[in-house]
Design a protein around this ligand. Structure first.
Ligand code: SF4
Length: 512
């Protein structure tokens, strides 16, 4: 039987709770081989958990199996799929995505992985499929990693190409409604999905691997293509919200203006959020532009505020000032757009100092705009970034293999340079003071919890406001009383502590 089938797998992102993300990596690859005469099977583990049956059914036809994985649970679910391919078929397995980009050698050491693709995956993937189909050599495929008798070989990476030259994505290949409902049916106004409108970023922050992988380039999709896609999602999935997952959505002002005008002209009714670089946004967007962005449906902007320690901002090459963070929360508040800070704390140089100054900054910004939200992560040196070697100098242990990395991801992180465990202070900060510094926060709760939160707000709002305003976090007695009351009420009412877990989850994740 001819081997003419490519199977592309999008692994589970989390063991328990799924995100309603479109499986862009496999959709992007499918379009590249659509007209090649090969058959493509797309497998999204959320929709096809019983993928082994499909592998078994096609075992004699599979030419290549592809997996796209980020660093996180996808490493585990992608490994299980790859082992299953090896168990049932003779087909080789290729991995792409962020994991393959930052640690390709780790993947190629595994028996169940034959190839990796680094850099932009589309062209290398297409060339690999055709090379296997036509039995051509692999040496000239840019960005391809493989192993032979000489060991691991990773070919030179290709430069990032504007995807406007690639065929359009075919969303009819996936079940959009099943993805939106992968955690149960959401309320009609909460039907949401993610989207990627651009690729790349012109900055080179030293904790981020984007510049090393894509070379500081930035391209946006055609505005008409995006608008057509949004209309399709509304028609097929009845979506009301879009999360633009671009690294630097606001990086090109004329693109943003054209997109916003297009959304308004076509009458597209969606609430959306996207990422911005703080100083670029402040420099390039006037209040008139922000009003246009709001009119087009933008309700939140995620910002890499990163740190309240100016020395850190310079060292990581963030190209913003601490004062920019105050300015932007004020500006967005005035224009009814919610700011969301992404923050990193406990860098190797002086973790006590940056931790303190950063919590001071986030707290003060919250008193300027009580709608501010923040995700606070501990700094972890990521391979392929400029801070990786420095992290190793400060005692960070490089991962020897895939399994050590999986072990690391599953554990509570403590860096060798930490002077004490920062988690407890961060937990109290996020769970009590940051939360109750918004006097309207109880409105997002339901039932008895709403009543409890309302009463707690009466007592905790003034204390939280003053503590955040003046950066005073010592002797948090009222926080202990609050936790005691919560535990007592949890015990007698059977409430779960989901929001506690969410606060802690924010302190654990990696940048990629
Ligand atoms: S952290 Fe953000 S702004 Fe900095 S290089 Fe990465 S994507 Fe660009």
């Amino acid at each position: 039987m001819e081997r003419d089938t490519i199977i592309l797998f999008y692994p589970l992102v989390d063991k328990k709770r799924q995100v309603s993300n479109l499986p862009f990596p496999i959709l992007y690859l499918e379009r590249m081989i659509r007209d090649s005469g090969l058959i493509t099977i797309l497998l999204d583990e959320r929709i096809s958990p019983d993928y082994e049956i499909i592998i078994e059914k096609n075992k004699d036809r599979i030419l290549l199996a592809g997996v796209s994985a980020m660093i996180g649970y996808q490493m585990i679910s992608g490994s299980k799929f790859s082992e299953s391919i090896k168990k049932h078929t003779q087909a080789p397995v290729v991995w792409g995505g962020w994991y393959a980009n930052v640690l390709p050698e780790l993947l190629l050491k595994l028996e169940f992985i034959d190839f990796v693709v680094v850099g932009q995956g589309e062209i290398a993937f297409k060339e690999l499929c055709l090379a296997l189909y036509q039995k051509l050599p692999l040496e000239n495929i840019k960005g391809l990693g493989y192993k032979d008798s000489n060991g691991i070989i990773i070919n030179e990476k290709a430069t990032l190409i504007d995807e406007k030259t690639f065929p359009n994505v075919d969303y009819s290949l996936i079940d959009i409604n099943a993805i939106i409902e992968s955690n149960g049916i959401p309320a009609p106004e909460e039907r949401s999905i993610n989207y990627i409108a651009t690729i790349g970023c012109p900055y080179d922050c030293h904790f981020c691997c984007l510049a090393a992988i894509w070379g500081k380039k930035f391209f946006a999709k055609k505005v008409d293509v995006i608008l057509n896609d949004l209309e399709l999602f509304i028609k097929t999935g009845n979506i009301k919200k879009i999360a633009f997952d671009d690294d630097n959505f606001f990086g090109n002002k004329s693109f943003v203006q054209n997109l916003c005008n297009g959304i308004i002209d076509r009458g597209i009714q969606l609430k959306w959020e996207a990422n911005a670089h703080v100083s670029t946004f402040l420099k390039n967007y006037t209040e008139e532009d922000i009003r246009l962005i709001y009119k087009a449906g933008c309700r939140a902007i995620r910002l890499g505020a990163e740190s309240g320690d100016q020395e850190i901002l310079v060292k990581v090459n963030k190209r913003i000032n601490v004062s920019d963070n105050y300015e932007i929360v004020k500006l967005l508040g005035k224009n009814k757009i919610k700011p969301v800070f992404y923050i990193m704390v406990a860098f190797p140089w002086d973790p006590d100092k940056d931790f303190k100054l950063t919590l001071d900054m986030v707290g003060k910004a919250k008193t300027i705009n009580s709608n501010l939200e923040a995700g606070i992560n501990f700094f972890v040196p990521l391979p392929k970034t400029k801070l990786y070697d420095e992290g190793i100098e400060y005692g960070f242990q490089p991962f020897k293999d895939h399994f050590e990395l999986i072990d690391f991801i599953g554990k509570e992180y403590v860096a060798p340079w930490w002077k004490h465990d920062y988690r407890k202070e961060l937990y109290i900060f996020l769970r009590v003071y940051f939360k109750y510094a918004n006097p309207r926060h109880y409105k997002s709760q339901f039932g008895l919890l709403k009543i409890f939160s309302f009463i707690a707000t009466i007592f905790l709002y003034p204390i939280s406001y003053l503590r955040l305003r003046y950066g005073f976090r010592k002797a948090p007695f009222e926080a202990y009383i609050y936790f005691g009351l919560r535990r007592f009420l949890n015990a007698i009412t059977g409430w779960n502590s989901k929001d506690d877990e969410e606060s802690m989850a924010r302190t654990r994740s990696w940048k990629r």
